[in-house]
Design a protein around this ligand. Sequence first.
Ligand code: ATP
Length: 219
Amino acid sequence: MAAPIGILGGTFDPIHYGHLRLAEEVGRGLKLDEVRFIPSGTPPHRGAPQVSAIDRVAMVRLAIRDNPLFTLDERETRRAGPAYSVDTLSELRAELGPDRPLCLLVGADAFLDLATWSRWHELFALAHVVIAHRPGFPVDTWHERMPQPLAREYAARAMQQPLAVHLAPAGGVVVTAIAALDISATMIRECLRSRSSPRYLLPDSVLDYIERNALYAGG
Ligand code: ATP
C-alpha cells in the first residue's frame, strides 16, 4: 500500500511555526508521503479571515517552499461558498482511489471542536484523524471537553500504534505529542496590531510578506 498522505487544513491567517512544526513532526513520525496544506476559503466555523485568500495562500507558499515533504492545495480557496472538510476529503478520496491512506491532521483544539463540523461522522470513513497536542488543551482535560458522540468515536477508533495508519485507508484515530509551541495566528495578529514584533513566531519570509503588503496593520 502506498504511504499515507497528510492533510492540514486551516485558515493560516497567517501561517506560523505551530503549523509547520505539527506538519513536520507528524509527517516524519508517521512516515507520510506528503503533507498537503489546504488553506480554507470561507471557513464555515468561524469569522471571516482578516486577509484575503490570495494573501493567505501566498504566505503558505513562502513558508513551505524549502520543505520537499510539504505541498500546497488551493482547492478550497477556489470554491464558491463555504468549503467543508468532508467535501474536500471526498474529492481527494475520489482522486486518490479507495485504498490510499489519508490522514487528517488536527491540533487538539480543532479535534475537540470536531462534532460541530458538517457531516463530521463521515470524516472517519474518508480519513484517519491524527490529533496533535496543543498548549492550552492538555490531554487529561479532553474527556470533559469532548461531547459524548465524539468521545465514543475517539474510544472506538483509537490506534495504539501510530504507524497502523499505513495499514488501512481510513477510520483510525491517533494521538501524537509534538513540540509544545504556544503560538496562534490570533497572537500574531495581535502583535502586529499593537506594533510589537512577532519575529521568530513565524518564518521571516512570511513576516516580510506581511510587512511589504501592510497586512494586519489595523488602526
Ligand atoms: P487562530 O488563532 O486564528 O484561531 P490558529 O493559530 O489556531 O488560528 P488555524 O489556521 O486555525 O491556526 O489552525 C490550523 C490547524 O493547525 C488546526 O488543526 C490547529 O489546531 C492547528 N494548530 C495551529 N497552531 C497550532 C499549535 N501551536 N500547536 C498545535 N496545533 C496547532
